[in-house]
Design a protein around this ligand. Structure first.
Ligand code: SF4
Length: 341
């Protein structure tokens, strides 16, 4: 324990990346960075963090923004529910906590979208409290170094890793310890091709000694991916604008704009519907965490697809309307074909 704890901190001094949220103790900035970086690589999340902190330097400003403004800034980052939660949590902090972040681990857990990992991150980074973080990087380092073969996402495995992480924590310096072990996992003990030959704990690492580096950590298989079949209708008006509608609640992409949609549960039904239609751009496949969407875009004059909530927009006026990545990909590749005839 002691050897790993010290080695990782020494390694961190000379290897860590210089990232803006590491220069602050402001719980708002730390929370913002953590929410943005969930399921997102640092290189991809960094410009979004900078945009958000520039536009909303304090939590009150984020709370006062409209949901549409927030989703516009979030656009391209995916997982829009995180963007909506970010906004809702800012409003919760403003209305329920007088715009002041809770300063304890338990208090932080009361915030929407803040689970044990994020609460530990904020408690340690902002307030230097002794709570060990446990993200994918930390699971990997612990599993390999100590040779833990229990799945990291199982009911049996989780408490084992929690106890190990907490025991390993440098309670005198929890902020730097947590940063160090996460960075060590991200840069040194990487998921694929970890840099074992230059690793400071090579001689005491269980996985290296037992040739288990590639097989650890163990993770239970993900839930089944649901297939969905979308046909989007490109319905123009006389001003060469297209019809859009806003997606409703309780499904993916809540509040985002898309073309009028007909969804099928079965691929053959969709293919039947598509026969004889003017398809633009062929077949699109879009992957989400638990869903795989197969989508087609057809030119249509079908007024029956227009609902009272539809609005007509051209590309310029689309700017202020957040759209799913799938629609964005389609427009980037094929918007020039839409009005060429
Ligand atoms: S020796 Fe390899 S597997 Fe073990 S901690 Fe170092 S980088 Fe990770």
């Amino acid at each position: 324990m002691q050897a790993l704890r010290e080695a990782i901190q020494i390694w961190y001094q000379s290897h860590h990346r210089d990232l803006p949220w590491r220069h602050t103790k402001d719980p708002y900035a730390i929370w913002l960075s953590e929410i943005i970086l969930q399921q997102t690589r640092v290189e991809q999340g960094l410009p979004y963090y900078l945009k958000f902190i520039h536009n909303y330097p304090q939590v009150q400003q984020l709370a006062m923004a409209s949901q549409q403004e927030v989703l516009n800034l979030w656009q391209g980052l995916g997982y829009y529910s995180r963007g909506r939660n970010l906004h809702a949590t800012a409003q919760q902090i403003t209305s329920d906590f007088g715009s002041i972040f809770p300063n304890t681990y338990q208090g932080l857990l009361q915030l929407k979208g803040v689970g044990p990992y994020t609460a530990a991150a904020i408690a340690s980074f902002a307030y230097n409290q002794p709570h060990a973080v446990l993200d994918g990087n930390v699971f990997r380092v612990l599993s390999r170094y100590f040779g833990v073969e229990e799945p990291i996402n199982s009911a049996v495995g989780k408490p084992i890793f929690e106890a190990l992480a907490q025991e390993l924590l440098d309670t005198k310096n929890p902020a730097q310890h947590n940063q160090a072990i996460m960075e060590f996992g991200a840069l040194q003990c990487k998921p694929v091709s970890p840099n074992c030959s230059a690793c400071p704990v090579l001689t005491t690492c269980h996985a290296y000694r037992e040739n288990q580096v590639a097989s650890l950590p163990i993770k239970l298989k993900k839930v089944k991916v649901k297939k969905r079949y979308f046909v989007y209708h490109l319905i123009p008006n006389a001003q060469q604008q297209l019809a859009y509608q806003r997606r409703g609640a309780k499904d993916i992409w809540e509040g985002l704009y898309e073309f009028p949609l007909k969804e099928f549960t079965d691929e053959s039904q969709m293919q039947l519907y598509l026969s004889g239609q003017k398809i633009i751009g062929g077949r699109f496949e879009h992957l989400l965490t638990h869903q795989r969407i197969e989508a087609y875009f057809i030119f249509s004059s079908a007024q029956s697809q227009l609902t009272s909530s539809c609005i007509f927009l051209d590309l310029a006026s689309l700017e202020g309307h957040p759209i799913p990545r799938l629609i964005d990909k389609f427009l980037i590749a094929h918007s020039h074909e839409l009005f060429s005839e």
